[in-house]
Design a binder for this molecule. Structure first.
Ligand code: SAH
Length: 368
């Protein structure tokens, strides 16, 4: 028997094409999307507005595969972290962060990460593979279902950020359709202002995103000059600031409503948190519609850095604010369960050899 196709990861055009091949009307795609994503149904037999004959056919050729929840950890602050098994060797992490007025789901796009940013635990795990569409959207499916069955019932996912494990812009083939499912009214119906792709700066993919995906962009800048950024975010050696910054301007120009970009800046004690870094950052961002989000560094076992003090973070913020640059400080959430930014490690069957012997990856070896 030919392999069954996965319906969980199909966006609307893909599902419509699938049903067209079966000689079915396009509205079948909408029906099935609603069953899967709005009602959390993974069993064709439960799809009662679809004829028995069609259900039988679907069961034979298609499947709605969902990952096994290995663990669910709850932080004192309400943050929830799930470890999900995507295949025998690979496990990814997904985090839900409740706030007063919203609930953010932080999802993974790859098993591990090839970029090896110096301050990130995921990079230290090495890299195995891209996640498929269904594995990406399954994180939303699982979390929505888990929160729906929560007795408190007052938590909802209002925002999704691709800030879990992996570099989403090195996996656009699977990330873009998954993002479209998040924003589809027949699925999760999130607004394009509430779905954010975060990138370490993959320049060609930023241009691709501005043509192909209408969602928000966040950029992990972390340093205001090439010398420092080369060290902290090694993909800077391939796409240095003189290529990245024009790409960000192009991105804003191309968007119809002049989108703001979020600039992420991790605050590491004595490394990038000096006031002269703040001044240099201001100069670099001049003329770019953006909001700076300062992230106090979250330590992990073996990390070489310390978190900048609260005082220093606030001083840095003040320099930006006084110059009229919008700037917020990210609250650290879920660090008691290792769910904070940069602490997601999952379990990765590494193929880079990094787990055995630490070695920086060659930037020219990264395939787009
Ligand atoms: N690869 C993407 C998304 C994953 S990381 C990217 O680079 O943007 C999400 C955010 O957490 C990024 O801004 C990343 O730089 C930041 N981060 C990683 N490790 C961190 C750490 N130890 N402490 C604080 N933030 C960290």
């Amino acid at each position: 028997m030919a392999e069954q196709v996965d319906l969980l990861g199909m966006d609307r055009p893909a599902l419509e094409a699938f049903f067209a091949q079966l000689g079915e009307k396009p509205y079948r795609a909408v029906q099935v999307m609603k069953w899967i994503h709005q009602r959390g149904v993974a069993d064709f037999d439960a799809m009662t507005d679809i004829s028995k004959a069609l259900r039988q056919k679907l069961k034979a050729i298609a499947r709605i595969k969902t990952p096994r929840i290995v663990t669910e950890q709850r932080s004192q602050d309400g943050t929830i972290k799930w470890l999900l098994e995507v295949d025998q060797h690979n496990f990814i992490e997904t985090v839900f962060i409740p706030e007063k007025d919203r609930g953010t789901l932080c999802i993974s796009s790859q098993v591990g990460c090839a970029l090896d940013c110096r301050f990130c635990a995921t990079g230290k795990q090495g890299f195995n593979r891209n996640l498929e569409n269904w594995e990406i959207i399954a994180q939303m499916w699982v979390a929505t279902k888990a929160l729906d069955s929560d007795p408190k019932r007052n938590r909802r996912i209002t925002n999704v950020v691709f800030m879990g494990m992996g570099e989403p812009l090195l996996n656009v083939t699977h990330v873009f359709p998954a993002a479209n499912i998040l924003m589809d009214d027949n699925a999760y119906g999130l607004s394009k202002r509430r779905v954010t792709i975060s990138t370490a700066g993959v320049v060609p993919a930023i241009d691709k995103m501005s043509r192909e995906l209408d969602a928000c962009l966040a950029v992990s800048l972390h340093a205001p000059n090439n010398a420092l950024r080369d060290e902290l975010v090694p993909i800077n050696q391939k796409y240095p600031l003189e290529e990245l910054m024009p790409a960000l301007h192009r991105y804003v120009e191309a968007s119809s409503h002049k989108k703001h970009i979020v600039i992420e800046y991790v605050m590491i004690d004595g490394v990038n948190d000096r006031l002269e870094h703040a001044e240099a950052l201001l100069a670099l961002l001049k003329g770019l519609p953006c909001k700076v989000n300062l992230i106090p560094f979250n330590p992990f076992p073996g990390s070489p850095y310390q978190r900048a003090s609260n005082n220093q973070v606030h001083r840095f913020q003040r320099v930006l604010l006084q110059a009229g640059q919008n700037c917020t400080i990210r609250k650290t959430r879920g660090d008691d369960i290792d769910a904070a930014c940069g602490q997601l490690a999952g379990r990765v069957k590494d193929r880079t050899g990094r787990q055995q012997k630490y070695q920086p990856i060659r930037m020219d070896a990264i395939a787009l």
